[in-house]
Design a binder for this molecule. Sequence first.
Ligand code: DHE
Length: 499
Amino acid sequence: MTRIARWLLSLALACGMQSALSVDPAAHYAQHCAACHGADRLGGMGPALLPESLERLRASELDSVLRDGRAATQMPAFGPTLAAPELQALARWLRTAPAAAPQWSADAIRASHVVMHAPGTLPARPVFSADPQNLFVVVEAGSHHMTVLDGDKLAPIHRLATRFALHGGPKFSRDGRYVFMASRDGWVSKYDLWNLAYVAEIRVGINTRNVAVSDDGRWVLAGNTLPRTLVLLRADDLSLVRVIDVRGRNGDVSRVSAVYDAAPRHSFVAALKDIAEVWEIPYADAAGKPLASLAPRAIVLDDVLDDFFFDQPYRHILGASRSGGGQVIDLDQGRKVASLALGGMPHLGSGITWELGGHAVMASPDLGQGRIPVIDMQDWRMVAAIPTNGPGFFLRSHENSRYAWADAMMSPRRDTLQVIDKQTLQVAGSVTPSPGRTAAHVEFTRDGRHALVSLMERDGAIVVYDAATLQEVKRIPMDKPIGKYNVFNKTTRSAGTSH
Ligand code: DHE
């Protein structure tokens, strides 16, 4: 369309002649978008373009991506091709669910499965000299990459492209050799950290929450929001074992909030977003003997769980809905045993535990308020609410550190992390890696001596601090680093990090 024709179209639309000119976003989608994003909007070379996939994109961001394209990707600018009202109509259409609910069947899952290296074909030793237990993987959201970092030298050893928009904690096999990642678009990838090579990939859904890996190394379980399913895979080659419909006892279906491995219980635990049940799926008996059936056991609750946290023995889960309703569930008894008066919008998934006055306590950030609630793990009372600069996402510590680090990334103070003394429950210091720019998510080195902070910007960095003196040690440039994960801390289920 020429510039004059576009101007005439804009003028006509402004004069209320839409129907005469018929802006047809579906036709524009078919013509300009379908080749990369799929005729069914489920994604292809580009990501899925459904309301669920676009939930996190602000209206102005979607407008600018359509108009100006996305730098360093294949996404072109449509500003020169489509008039502003056509782009607006297209953006509105993308935010509208298709008439027929999108399907992702077992056959579609199987058809997406690719094995790059069959189990047992790659050497069982690292191709580098770094300590494989002190590696970090860093998720760089800017251009969808992952960096493998040597935690001793604090230097990258490899960088690889990932699927679009990884989210949540990548999960490691017990020996730390393999890392399993999930993308919001439903791709699950298995990567061999010792050989620095992808092993297998499969698309388990259209919109996925996260994955868990069984401690015995046999299974991967993925939780979806679209479709409403849990998908069980073999961990060795990611082949599909079973699709489990998430349907409660009254027949209602539910999105999955998150799924975790409860290693000491030999089970997976899945929290559900739309029905007041939590599901436990045992994969081995108490003696560790594998079970064949992997049948879910539903525990009925008072409220749904958006977020939850295991105590260190994995007997209890502390769960909360985004509305602040909290409950303690005893997995052995299969029932709620206490209420948690948390208020706010607790982010229990980012909780940590430590010993305070002979008791285990748990603390987690609040997505809605500038405070960190601290809960006694014996009587479930809130023993303190530590005031912070503002609502934050992540809280992190290490057994060898006296401090817990909290961000305030949902507030105007998003550039500063506060460092809380775990014994006095007072803020002992703060760091501002780059004034005015978002800094959040901390992970410690294996020995707890260094704390790595993400400067979450396109020209961002991992900023390394001495965890005792809070002095900056090093800056490693990265493209919008989000989360980073230390193999040792994760595989030993450190009390200072999420599992
Ligand atoms: Fe996350 C973990 C849910 C938005 C970055 N996030 C998780 C997990 C859940 C979750 C359930 C645990 C998964 C696991 O361990 O396998 N996240 C949610 C939400 O419900 C929320 C608020 C809305 C949504 O869009 O889903 C949300 N999360 C975000 C972001 O906007 C963040 C900051 C940037 C992004 O890339 O999406 C973000 N989430 C993270 C990170 C983790 C995470 C870095 C891993 C934390 C860890 O250290 O284990």
